[in-house]
Design a protein around this ligand. Structure first.
Ligand SMILES: [Mn+2]
Length: 453
């Protein structure tokens, strides 16, 4: 048996990011680009359809949507229209879209109908979930009339099981689900997929709520492909657990995770050897809005005039690099979203820093959709000695320096290591992005090398 399907998740329609109408539309454009791949037809913004001449990946036999089609549970009519327009393309092409509910779109109460259920009632989604009883889960096949069920067979030989978002109870729910699957008859089933909205522990450092990899093992004997959503960062584990990542960026940190956005899976149950995966997976990277994040260190700019001159030069250089990158056939669309972080110690009065003027430089260099300047600056007094009794910072510096001096690797520059550690801590506390902290650390390391030379 051969089949091909597309797996996506975390579309987040309805997100009015930065309060920007264009960003609201971007999420729908990205979803429609994923649908293009599923149906094998490119649709222009005006709805005209053009067949792909290259990169043909569709049409697929079915689509898996592993939760968070919507950014929130109370969506407006425009968002619903975006969802219906894209899902209708699948329905018209005869491609079932098999989905589960994510954390962002769950109905408020068990007895109300959420928008995902509404789409299922409109015949636009096969929305899977298990019914829980006193004895665990009861898995019913998809009921076309009632538009509900726990599993669905999009074509003979393929069975897709689904479970909605379970949050902190996901581990327990997986166990119960695996037991229920074990008890089901599986006549004629050659390939099984399990879909839910949950992460795997360790795949995103700063995101809680992942399920330990060993907890998924309960499904191992029954399922060939685990299809997840929830973590917006893509990952594939042991050719078994798969997460496509978000097609559009819900936060600027997601912009770096390319390629991401959907997976195209080719299944062939006939040829593979025992114990090896019976599918091959390609990751897709739909076109999306360009996001760029920069950081600039102000330590060596003695006056506002020098800072503006150097910062302008820096911004213009980055903008040239950016435009050159786009000319090299990038899939990103412009105008971009740009964030600039100011880091380090400001050697002059903070009030002399003209953020609006810096934003104006960003706007003229990048012609962005939106540009934001974020200050993570430490005030100068942090670096200055101020008298008899120790401040908290000085105390920390003393303690850290004495700790560093006990380690032969750091003893030579104990005082400077202590300063470095404190400045990294300040950045982290101020919410600096990882790359700004890395830049800071690199600056310190260069300082050490120069001093040794
Ligand atoms: Mn999500």
């Amino acid at each position: 048996m051969k089949t091909r399907f597309l797996h996506c998740a975390d579309i987040h329609l309805g997100y009015l990011q930065y309060g920007h109408k264009e960003r609201f539309n971007d999420f729908a454009v990205a979803f429609n680009a994923v649908i293009d791949k599923a149906v094998g037809v490119y649709q222009t913004r005006r709805g005209r359809e053009i067949a792909f001449d290259e990169h043909i990946q569709g049409p697929v036999d079915f689509v898996i949507l592993a939760g968070d089609l919507f950014h929130k549970r109370s969506i407006d009519a425009l968002t619903l229209n975006q969802a219906m327009r894209s899902l209708r393309r699948l329905r018209d092409a005869g491609i079932p879209c098999i989905a589960v509910e994510g954390n962002h779109e769950r109905a408020y109460y068990e007895d109300t109908i959420g928008w995902m259920k509404f789409l299922a009632l409109q015949d636009l989604l096969i929305l899977l979930d298990a019914e829980s009883t006193e004895n665990g889960f009861e898995l019913q096949p998809w009921d076309v009339k009632r538009r509900q069920g726990a599993y669905y067979e999009p074509k003979p030989g393929v069975r897709v099981y689904g479970l909605r978002y379970y949050g902190a109870s996901t581990g327990v729910a997986i166990n119960a689900y695996a037991e229920a699957v074990a008890a089901l008859p599986k006549d004629g089933v050659e390939y099984s997929i399990f879909v839910t909205h949950a992460g795997v522990e360790g795949q995103m450092d700063d995101k809680a709520g992942g399920v330990a990899y060993r907890q998924w093992a309960a499904l191992r004997d029954h399922v060939d492909y685990v299809a997840l959503g929830h973590f917006h960062k893509p990952f594939v584990l042991e050719e078994w657990v798969h997460n496509p990542g978000s097609p559009e960026a819900c936060s600027i940190s997601e912009a770096a995770w390319t390629p991401r956005g959907y997976l195209i899976v080719d299944v062939d149950t006939g040829c593979a050897a025992e114990n090896s995966a019976r599918h091959t997976v390609q990751i897709g990277n739909p076109p999306r809005r360009a996001f760029r994040q920069y950081s600039y260190k102000t330590d060596h700019d003695p006056s506002p005039e020098v800072l503006m001159a150097r910062l302008t030069e820096y911004i213009e250089r980055k903008a040239r690099d950016f435009h050159a990158e786009l000319d090299n056939g990038s899939l990103e669309s412009t105008p971009p979203v740009v964030e600039l972080y100011l880091t380090g110690v400001l050697p002059f009065d903070r009030r002399a820093l003209d953020i609006a003027a810096i934003e104006a430089v960003l706007r003229s260099a990048f012609q962005p959709l939106t540009a934001q300047v974020k200050s993570l600056l430490q005030s100068a007094e942090f670096a200055v000695e101020n008298g008899q009794s120790l401040t908290r910072t000085e105390l920390e510096q003393t303690v850290l320096a004495s700790l560093f001096s006990r380690d032969a690797r750091y003893a030579d520059h104990a005082g400077r290591w202590a300063q470095a550690a404190l400045s990294l801590k300040q950045l982290a506390l101020a919410g600096a992005p990882p790359h700004a902290i890395l830049d800071e650390l690199e600056g310190h390391l260069r300082g050490f090398t120069d001093a040794d030379a």
